[in-house]
Design a protein around this ligand. Sequence first.
Ligand SMILES: *Cc1c(COP(=O)(O)O)cnc(C)c1O
Length: 362
Amino acid sequence: MSDRIYNFSPGPAVMPEEVIKKTQPALWNLNGSGIGLMECSHRGADFLAIYKEAEATARKLAGIPDDYAVLFLQGGASLQFTMVPMNFLTKDGTADYLVTGAWSQKAVKEAKLFGKVNPVCSSENENFSYIPAIDTFRWSSAPAYAHFTSNNTIFGTQFRTEPVPPAGVPLVVDASSDIFSRPIDVTKYGLIYAGAQKNLGPSGVTLVIVRKDWVAKANPGLPTMLQYKTHMENESMYNTPPTTGIFVLNEVLKWIDGQGGLGAMNQKNQDKARPLYEFLDNSKFFRGTARPDSRSLMNVCFRAPTEAQESDFIKQATKRGLNGLKGHRSVGGMRASIYNAFPKKGVDELVTFMKEFERANQ
Ligand SMILES: *Cc1c(COP(=O)(O)O)cnc(C)c1O
């Protein structure tokens, strides 16, 4: 009998159990070196091998070509909201932003500190419950780049495919909550970033994949630590990188590879979310909040008829070992975050409980 429960937390989130088990002995003694993971130098052979393997595994999984740099930074996705415009937007320039949720809005807020922002589209009119249709997109004539959020963690919506900006415009994505949950064509992007704590590992590491020739054109007059160039030229080791986080991230990447890679991961995620959405579609009590064509495979948001029933549902679920189901305060209701590492069995148990709750409360 496991002493662990089902963790539906939006992030930091559930990790593959195998990864935690492989991390435990390394914390005490890494590779028989007699030194624990947290205690070893980032310039030593043991850590450098981990670093190289993490980069190589990321490249293998997502087919990242050599003309892209793979960086492991700090500051979370939130610092990327700032670093992207700081490096690539000038005062008289315009950046195009697709506004599909709270995280996109935070990215826009930072970009406005450095230049002009053109909102390409927005779903704010319906509390971000959908991904706007392509025919509503209004690109500006020569944007410095185009930015979107591939999965809207708070509202439970997800782009089916990446938007296509005008030719030659670098596409930037905040993929924090769906990175490596499905195949991604890296060549369509100028820059991809993701905080690790949803699909890739612990908080404290940010994965950045960026086209090298674009970095070469970035604003050179910035503080050293805020230039992509610094991190690219020093292989993320200009300063001390988050070594423990990179170790765990490497184990997660190897775990994804062992699951069959991104295509297999996508299939598993589809199979995992389907029974929950099917139940929501047929329920006369619960209802999903995202428009069916925009639903996320990572964060499933739903509501019950009254707020009192919702808080009762969350309380009872927690008692049964179904934890972290409370929705974000801006949407209310419930949210089941079912990232790569979340087991299908946990979703099935949630659906069973929802059926029981519906019967008892109708
Ligand atoms: C969680 C999240 C963020 C914030 O990430 P931090 O690493 O905490 O800065 C940004 N964007 C999306 C889509 C997220 O899900």
